[in-house]
Design a protein around this ligand. Structure first.
Ligand SMILES: NC(=O)c1ccc[n+]([C@@H]2O[C@H](COP(=O)([O-])OP(=O)(O)OC[C@H]3O[C@@H](n4cnc5c(N)ncnc54)[C@H](OP(=O)(O)O)[C@@H]3O)[C@@H](O)[C@H]2O)c1
Length: 270
């Protein structure tokens, strides 16, 4: 086993998490790859091990307290953690009242609660060593409310505000906190929820590798927030300049299920 300090990647069974695991292993980190599917984790890990890199896997459900505790326990048993990538996430989309409350609660547990707990339990060791970092994966939807993606956008707004606040509190500690906001990316995220509304048709899609390159470059240069892609940066910037009641209306037009978007009454209530 390598004596180097570890990286932990959650949601490493596919999509961006698998790409993070590959990229960090290539950088020489021993990586702990976490997700629910032991089989998919093994596929990712076996492929990486062929290049001589060191990857351990842990099958854990981050929607459960026991799953999060298992990751914390494993992290503490590994020794020094240099980098925690809070990447695991899931989304629901469509009318709020048509969503499964169980799945939405699961998304809040994974996107928010697990990210909070892992950060809270792993950062103290980094602060003690005066070295390390957290990469939190938020989303472009974190910058405003998004009707029909209401719960998902709210979880990502937490990730963005939490990461920004924490990065400020930890300035000068030697621990970096970087929040990455990708736009649409070609992964399995939409396998269950579908790609939402007109936005999914017209906004550009990145590859997971492009997002990971941008995220690690942001980490290297000590950025606090990194919106990935030019079009997404323009969107985030214009969100900041647009009155919230207009923004809500616009987002509803863009993210409503296609049939609902056509029948939108188009009201802009303050
Ligand atoms: N794709 C996009 O367009 C996009 C855009 C902006 C932000 N993001 C964010 O990027 C991150 C990565 O998503 P992705 O696009 O790569 O999606 P993905 O391909 O669906 O990957 C999600 C990962 O999270 C894991 N996961 C899901 N539920 C889990 C649970 N309960 N416990 C542990 N692991 C769990 C999945 O593995 P298992 O199913 O095996 O557990 C999988 O490895 C997410 O935070 C997502 O919100 C994605």
């Amino acid at each position: 086993m390598s004596s180097r300090t570890w990286a932990i990647v959650t949601g490493a069974a596919g999509g961006m998490g698998a790409a993070f695991t590959r990229a960090l292993a290539k950088r020489g980190y021993p990586v702990l790859a976490v997700a629910r599917s032991a089989e998919s984790l093994a596929t990712v890990a076996n492929e990486i091990r062929k290049s001589g890199a060191f990857v351990e896997t842990l099958a854990a459900d981050l929607a459960s307290a026991a799953g999060v505790a298992a990751v914390v326990e494993k992290a503490h048993s590994l020794g020094d953690i240099e980098l925690l990538v809070n990447n695991a996430g899931l989304s629901t989309s469509g009318h709020f009242l048509e969503q499964s409350p169980d799945r939405e609660i699961q998304s809040i547990r994974v996107n928010v609660e697990a990210l909070y707990t892992l950060t809270r339990r792993i950062v103290p060791g980094m602060v003690e060593r005066k070295h390390g970092g957290i990469l939190n994966i938020a989303s472009i939807v974190a910058f405003q409310a998004v009707p029909y993606w209401t719960t998902y956008a709210a979880t990502k707004a937490f990730v963005l505000a939490f990461g920004e606040g924490l990065s400020y509190e930890l300035r000068g500690s030697g621990v970096r906190v970087v929040t990455v906001c990708p736009g649409f990316t070609r992964t399995g995220l939409y396998a269950d929820s579908g790609v939402p509304g007109l936005a999914g048709r017209f906004l550009p899609f990145a590859t997971p590798e492009e997002v990971v390159r941008a995220a690690l470059a942001a980490y290297d240069s000590g950025r606090v927030v990194r919106v990935v892609g030019l079009a997404n940066r323009a969107l985030a910037f214009s969100s900041a300049l647009t009155p919230r009641f207009i923004l809500r209306w616009l987002m509803a037009r863009m993210f409503a299920p296609i049939a609902a978007a056509r029948s939108q009454p188009g009201s802009m209530r303050r």
